[in-house]
Design a binder for this molecule. Sequence first.
Ligand SMILES: [Zn+2]
Length: 543
Amino acid sequence: MKRSTTILTAILTSVLAIAVSAQRGGRGGAPGQQGTPTPPGPPRVEELKKEVAADIETMKVATQQMVDQVFSFGELGFQEFETSKYLTGILEKNGFRIERGFAGIPTAWVATWGNGKPVIALGSDIDDIPQASQKPGVGYHDPIIEGAPGHGEGHNSGVPLNVTAALAVKKIMEREKLPGTLKLWPGVAEELVGAKMYYIRAGMFRDVDVNLFAHVGSNLGVSWGAGFGTGLQSVEYTFTGESAHAAAQPWRGRSALDAVEMMDIGWNFRREHLRLQQRSHSVIVNGGDQPNVVPPNASVWYYFRETDYPHIKELREIGDAMAKAAAMMTNTEVTSRILGAAWPQHMNKTVAETMYTNIQNIGLPKWDDADITLAKGIQRELKQPQIGLATQIGQLRGGLDPEQNMGGPSDDIGDVSWNVPTATLGYPANIPNLPGHNWANAIAMATPIAHKGVTAGAKVQAMTVIDLLMRPELVQQAWDYFRNVQTKDQKYIPFISDKDQPALWLNEKIMQKYGPEMKKLYYDPTKYKTYLEQLGIKYPTVR
Ligand SMILES: [Zn+2]
């Protein structure tokens, strides 16, 4: 008894530690097997990797400007219009061919440069978090615009990292006449897990040999195999009844809001008898207009999360049954539509091992006193251990026993990982011990912490691209793992049907409300060195 309690405690403790350090599943530090970092390549490859890293060091100002600029746009999922215009503009100026409006999503794009094989894709997310507006460099809650969205996940940094890496690699490819194609793409609406399955359906990865993803974290890291975390289906249920005067003739009404409440009550009772691994949560998006009108329509939006495909499917089926039952109880009708979905992630062993060798070579940025003061300031504010910033890179882990996965967050990079060998680079642009999806996670994201973290990450990403371009045996090994280990018994089945369409309307109203005010505060690099300078913030400002 005692032994199993201790093991469970250990598992839960590590789940919590990972949740706060990485924010999302499948990244660094998970227990399981150790990986073996890929040995160095031939001398010429290692020379070019050193050169590309040194070049990225000289690109620091351009990288910082991109990070700050996207931070200042602060756009929510499916509404990343300024962000996408800006990033594709830079890539186009540098000779990339841009395909806009990819998969019928106006803010999605693919930027391609080069010729022939291998095709290396570089992706990262670009959307932000509702109500996470926050002054960068200030170690307590202080919104730039009260109630506005903000980069409370740090998605302003990943594509700037990939652009930096790609531009540096491109120079070397041109000079050395290296064959190969670079393909950059943005994770639109990742917070809604809303786009990547549509990218797959539209063929974005059909010709891709390896996909390198980048996600902000508080350390440099990569892992392989199935990590901690879940996949999910995001489903909106809409009930329809009949309105009536709620006091004069309530018996003539059929309340759609009652149905929503009955569904929520039913689900929360059922929750006790679901697997411990599941995570489910909902918000009422339409609860009626005013109390004296029986609500004729109402909607509730659920995320159904589980650790593997069959369980995710089953959880949604339970949700559908609850909705049907609630409609019967209230004499209303119900329809549902899928707003997003994500497969649980499975990262490629060879790609992760190759990336890890480059992580070891680059190491963590040198933090200065100001960086550490800001980190400790917000950790103190949130009553978390004041550990400052990462000082040691994590281990290369993978091959986690699925039984040990007790659930957690999701990321639709999972879908991509089941279609092409993929690994996610975690890079140290944020502060450890933050809650995630919160204003606190925006504090570091337009400060030297993010700038240094992105430069370090760009070096690792670029070096890994050089490895993959010049060492075809690595691409071969990655596909061996993908075909013979990862997808041997489990093939990708999309959660969307051929008819489902991206939920492009989401967040439209919020951006209409806050966009005009936010626009006045877009970063202007022609006038200010940094966004901190433009906002007149002393770095760091802590209590
Ligand atoms: Zn994210």
